[in-house]
Design a protein around this ligand. Structure first.
Ligand code: C2E
Ligand code: MG
Ligand code: MG
Ligand code: MG
Length: 291
């Protein structure tokens, strides 16, 4: 409830703010137990190659089923968790779930990658690359099947601390992607300095492409820029055929969005994949294709 101007404006505002703080406080104090008790789970949103529409992997997106507040989206609780040391536990949890998933796929002949979103705290954590190496080894997973998505702003917050961590992650052979590209304040030239392999065009531009020539121009120039820097270009927020066709025409490499699939629980993802699996002979025994 917004504050109203006037004599009692402060009094109307105060209880609402109190509730916001109470809720945040609860989320901070309850998160650890939520992780341990199964309230937090990872959903997966498929990514497909263009123009083939072959499923190349999925992004891990965290969900919290809160006993009192119902399903919370990450945009509400990630900032709260980030303000505490618990983001390490969150990232480890998501990475662990994601690697178990990749291992299961590999065991049945599916070579698909998984992407994990990082927060700014992970990039400041010097021990993070070692934990990643340990987890990859423990699950016996080739590093190129793990992608980390990081936003421009998370790198920019403290480049002197994040750059060494990024370089060490990159040296492990994991794929690094800049998420939400185009929304930050960093210059295009800055992208050249980052040890990244992939750029993800922010969904706001992709969603606007159909109606806004400016958004279309932004998407086209990010595809061109990305390719000139030899990066893989991913578009998020692909909601309709028209957007997908335009991205194909621009030469965008990978698409993700509601057109292909919403983020799915593990069970629903497996059903989704099964329904699209094409069996073949050869080393890649199965391929998943979408319409
Ligand atoms: P993101 O990494 O940019 O993820 C894309 C968001 O767009 C997801 O929201 C996804 O559900 C949504 N989306 C996907 N396709 C479409 C589409 O076609 N149309 C529209 N309108 N939206 C689409 P979600 O799951 O709510 O996640 C929000 C953000 O929370 C993520 O943005 C990411 O920055 C953060 N996040 C999610 N999981 C994690 C995590 O495990 N760790 C960290 N640090 N951050 C996470
Ligand atoms: Mg992401
Ligand atoms: Mg994004
Ligand atoms: Mg985002």
């Amino acid at each position: 409830r917004a504050a109203r101007n006037g004599e009692d404006g402060v009094r109307q505002y105060a209880p609402a703010m109190g509730q916001v703080f109470l809720r945040r406080f609860q989320l901070v104090t309850q998160f650890r137990q939520a992780l341990d008790s199964g309230q937090v789970e990872v959903h997966y949103q498929p990514k497909v190659s263009l123009p083939e529409r072959q499923v190349v992997g999925a992004e891990a997106l965290v969900r919290w089923s809160h006993p009192e507040y119902g399903r919370l989206d990450p945009d509400e609780f990630i900032p709260v968790v980030e303000a505490t040391g618990l983001v390490d536990a969150l990232t480890s949890f998501v990475m662990e779930c994601a690697l178990v998933k990749v291992r299961k796929w590999l065991d049945r002949g599916l070579r698909m990658s998984v992407a994990v979103n990082l927060s700014v705290r992970n990039l400041a954590d010097e021990s993070f690359p070692d934990r990643v190496a340990e987890a990859l080894g423990r699950h016996d997973i080739p590093p190129e099947l793990l992608t980390f998505e990081l936003t421009e702003s998370s790198v920019m917050e403290d480049p002197e601390r994040s750059m060494p961590v990024l370089r060490r992650l990159h040296a492990l052979g994991v794929v690094l992607a800049v998420d939400d590209f185009g929304t930050g304040y960093s210059s295009l030239a800055y992208l050249r300095q980052l040890p990244v392999d992939e750029v993800k065009i922010d969904k706001s531009f992709v969603l606007g492409m159909g109606t806004d020539l400016g958004d279309m121009a932004v998407v086209r120039s990010i595809v061109e820029l990305g390719h000139s820097l030899e990066l893989v270009v991913v578009a998020e927020g692909v909601e309709d055929d028209a957007a997908r066709d335009q991205l194909v025409a621009m030469g965008c490499d990978i698409a993700q969005g509601y057109l292909i699939s919403r983020p799915l629980s593990e069970d629903r993802l497996e059903a989704w994949l099964q329904a699209r699996t094409v069996r073949r002979r050869g080393p890649r025994s199965e391929t998943v294709l979408t319409l």
